[in-house]
Design a binder for this molecule. Structure first.
Ligand code: MEV
Length: 313
């Protein structure tokens, strides 16, 4: 049984979304996590995830291990104590691969959770609805990310653009005209949990000031959504620049991210910002389609470890 889940980028609204403001995110299908579950002649549940150098039997892993926790949570949700003996063999082999760089802001953890939940639940004859997969993936995000808004698991589970407000029913948005985004990876791994925790400490220390920043970000998200839906994506450039400066005020940018943002603008991008938790990971730039390759080249010259050109339509 196989399942796959895409990566994601946040176009606007990261961090503020943790505090109930809206955010816009889209799937990135050029990168994905893939999971295959097979019967095995050997006893036990064997997990192979070469991306994190993991080859282990489930019971040898601590229950809080990111992958073990997905499997254990799924078993308890399905009311299964041991899935062994359900297939033809003695045990299971679970092969996990991913082209989504880890801790990069592209949702690698949520994508692995979603693909794993889908592949394993189908293998166990308990196929889950998207809503059930999303709920379970959110539980896992909560275990590992402190106070996640749920935007990553949502955009990845439903594999469509989302206008997301924490705790509200999922809402999608339409693009009036396609537009091109170049993603640039600093190559610096950064844990979302840490940047979210730091923003929380700042917010606790000076709530009014940070609430104002979140309100400003919320305004940007609303205008951005209107621009996308009404077929005026070129207006997003300025909004990205503004959103990036507010993320700098939240202290979640970094010299490397700023350097890539500046390089993208100098190469002719209409605007650029960090995307996701920040501190490292990825940034995004809005460009005319014709300039996408040269913006990507400029990002590599400015230190990006990899780039992805993606069309939002
Ligand atoms: C991470 O992709 C986005 C953040 O807003 C955290 C979250 O929403 O849980 C930084």
């Amino acid at each position: 049984m196989k399942a796959s889940a895409p990566g994601k980028i946040i176009l606007f609204g990261e961090h503020a979304v943790v505090y109930g403001r809206p955010a816009l995110a889209v799937p990135v299908t050029q990168v994905h996590a893939d999971v295959e579950v097979l019967d095995s002649a050997r006893h036990g549940i064997w997990i192979h995830a070469p991306i994190i150098d993991l080859h282990a039997e489930l019971t040898s892993l601590p229950s809080g291990h990111p992958i073990a926790s997905v499997i254990l949570k799924l078993f308890s949700t399905l009311g299964i104590s041991s899935p062994l003996g359900r297939g033809q063999g003695e045990g299971l082999e679970i092969n996990i691969s991913s082209t989504i760089p880890v801790a990069s802001g592209l949702g690698s953890g949520a994508a692995v959770s979603v693909a794993l939940i889908r592949a394993l639940s189908s293998f166990l004859f308990h196929s889950l609805s998207d809503d059930e997969v999303n709920l379970l993936a959110y539980e896992i995000e909560k275990l590992h990310h402190g106070r996640p808004s749920g935007i990553d698991n949502t955009v990845i589970t439903y594999n469509m653009p989302v206008y997301f407000i924490k705790g509200q029913p999922i809402e999608t948005f339409k693009t009036g005209k396609p537009f091109t985004i170049v993603i640039g990876d600093t190559g610096i791994p950064a844990l979302t949990k840490e940047s979210v925790g730091d923003v929380r400490r700042l917010w606790l220390g000076n709530t009014n000031h940070f609430e104002n920043i979140f309100n400003e970000i919320a305004q940007i998200v609303l205008i951005a959504r209107r621009s996308i839906e009404s077929g005026k994506p070129e207006l997003l450039g300025e909004l990205m620049d503004h959103n990036h400066s507010l993320l700098q005020e939240l202290t979640v940018s970094s010299p490397e991210l700023d350097q890539l943002v500046i390089a993208a603008r100098q190469a002719g991008a209409l605007g650029a910002k960090l995307s996701g938790g920040g501190r490292g990971g990825n940034m995004i730039a809005l460009t005319d389609q014709a300039k996408a390759e040269s913006v990507a080249g400029a990002l590599i010259s400015a230190g990006a470890k990899r780039t992805i050109i993606t069309e939002i339509s």
